[in-house]
Design a protein around this ligand. Structure first.
Ligand code: ADP
Ligand code: MG
Length: 203
């Protein structure tokens, strides 16, 4: 997995977030404070600009820049959580995409203290990591993330702002799980053919 491939992934994620900004914000207006779409769109726009301004020459540096940009530019829960995801990925990308995503997921768990079923981005990210660790494709991981996103609808939120609503959070799809499903969709679209190849295997 090289810097150019990861740039394609993050650029596509930024496009998907921008296109679905209003949907993400509408989901957050139901169980939060109506800023998830604008938070993620602002953050990923900054990431794409930062990568274009001074393109990092290796994958770890690129992921680190992505993480620090999100932490510094996005407030709320999602900035530090997505920032941590990419910063932890940076430390493990040398082992491949699947181990890196797992490391990022563990960072999100450590930082946010959410568990599966708490109605957060964890519910989309965890199933995707499980699929990849079992040798599944990125397309299958993206499907698992989408299924996890859909499965947040009936859940009662136990972390983040939505938890303030208690039982009234049930019946709504979690915004963070929705953006995480886009992250995996972007990976399937841009990295689907290169998963598992080391740096040396790519031109
Ligand atoms: P904020 O809640 O601060 O307004 P956002 O609206 O950008 O931030 O992001 C909300 C999303 O963040 C939620 O939908 C949820 O998926 C995720 N989230 C919130 N708290 C946590 C947590 N402790 N662990 C994991 N994800 C969380
Ligand atoms: Mg919010």
């Amino acid at each position: 997995m090289n810097a150019a491939q990861l740039t394609a992934w993050l650029t596509r994620f930024a496009e998907l977030v921008h296109a679905q900004r209003d949907e993400l914000t509408a989901l957050d207006s139901a169980i939060g404070d109506a800023d998830h779409g604008s938070n993620m769109d602002r953050g990923m726009t900054e990431v794409v600009a930062a990568l274009a301004e001074a393109p990092p020459d290796d994958a770890a540096a690129l992921l680190k820049r992505t993480g620090t940009t999100l932490v510094s530019k996005v407030g709320g829960a999602s900035g530090p959580l997505y920032g941590t995801l990419f910063l932890r990925m940076a430390g493990a990308i040398g082992d491949g995409f699947a181990p890196a995503l797992r490391a990022g997921f563990e960072g999100v768990l450590a930082r946010g203290k959410a568990e599966p079923g708490d109605k957060t981005m964890v519910d989309a990210l965890g199933p995707a990591c499980d699929v990849l660790d079992a040798g599944g494709s990125l397309a299958e991981a993206a499907q698992a993330a989408a299924d996890g996103r859909d499965a947040t609808v009936p859940l009662v939120a136990r972390k983040g702002r939505a938890s303030y609503l208690g039982e009234r959070s049930a019946g709504h799809q979690d915004p963070g799980a929705t953006s995480t499903a886009l992250l995996l969709q972007a990976a399937a679209e841009t990295l689907g053919g290169v998963q598992g190849q080391g740096e040396e295997a790519t031109p």
